[in-house]
Write a protein that binds this ligand. Structure first.
Ligand code: GLP
Length: 242
């Protein structure tokens, strides 16, 4: 598998090889991988080369290191398609994972000017502010803060919030969720995100801001989420204009 005659750098070949073993499930999550020394002896390559391959795989979230214990296989990232307007609950269920939420705070606040503008409501209109850690198989995936006009998305309770907002909106309130605009940017976890997402300080997160609309064009939510970049990736298909 390592071709020393190839123009492809050896570290990159090793990196791709280990990646394949992870993607094909031959190396399993939390399994220890061979040490730098073992790789270097097995393939007759320098330890520097092995280190570079492993460092890249750690940075890309395929592997993680534990001081004094070695290097292990990370859980595969959840792949989120950028087509279709779906809820967190639907996304995780579709992947065979069990969604859950940990409620951090839940209150009604008067909309300050900027929030009022984004939700297209009058200043000081009562708005639900909901902070939740969204989990999949009991692992924190995202820290999410949602703002919803209280006179539109009526009757929210802790029980509903711990399940699915979208389900309540569609099934209980019979409102039709129609479309959303979403913006995604890279950032570094802030202190609150570090503690709620259980990541080390300095870890990368994906910040997502979604504004969602009902069929009649009414804005029903503004949501700010910080997703763990080591557990989440976004994928979309593109078509070249004819
Ligand atoms: C995702 C979106 C949010 C949306 C949420 C609804 O997390 N980023 O904008 O509010 O899904 O999820 P659920 O119906 O599980 O509460």
């Amino acid at each position: 598998m390592i071709d020393k005659q190839s123009p492809i750098p050896i570290y990159h070949q090793l990196e791709e090889y280990i990646k394949q073993l992870i993607e094909n499930g031959i190396l399993k999550p939390d399994e220890a991988i061979p040490s730098e020394r073992e790789y270097s002896e097995q393939y007759q390559i320098s330890r520097m080369t092995v280190r570079q391959a492993l460092n890249n795989l750690v940075n890309d979230g395929y592997l993680y290191r534990q001081k004094g214990r070695g290097t292990f296989v990370n859980k595969q990232k959840v792949e989120q398609k950028l087509q279709g307007l779906t809820s967190f609950t639907e996304d995780m269920k579709e992947r065979g994972m069990v969604p859950s939420s940990r409620l951090i705070s839940f209150e009604i606040i008067p909309a300050e000017p900027q929030l009022a503008r984004k939700l297209d409501i009058k200043e000081n209109t009562p708005v639900y502010e909901i902070k939740r850690v969204r989990m999949a198989d009991n692992l924190p995936m995202a820290l999410e803060t949602s703002y919803l006009p209280a006179n539109l998305v009526k009757g929210l309770t802790e029980e509903i919030i711990n399940k699915s907002l979208y389900q309540h909106i569609e099934e209980k309130l019979s409102l039709t969720i129609s479309e959303a605009t979403q913006q995604i940017e890279a950032s570094i976890a802030k202190d609150t995100e570090v503690s709620h997402l259980q990541v080390e300080s300095g870890s990368p997160v994906l910040l997502i801001v979604r504004t969602s609309f009902l069929q009649d064009g009414t804005t029903f939510e503004l949501v700010k989420s910080a997703y763990r970049a080591d557990r989440y990736k976004f994928v979309h298909t593109m078509q070249r204009a004819a």
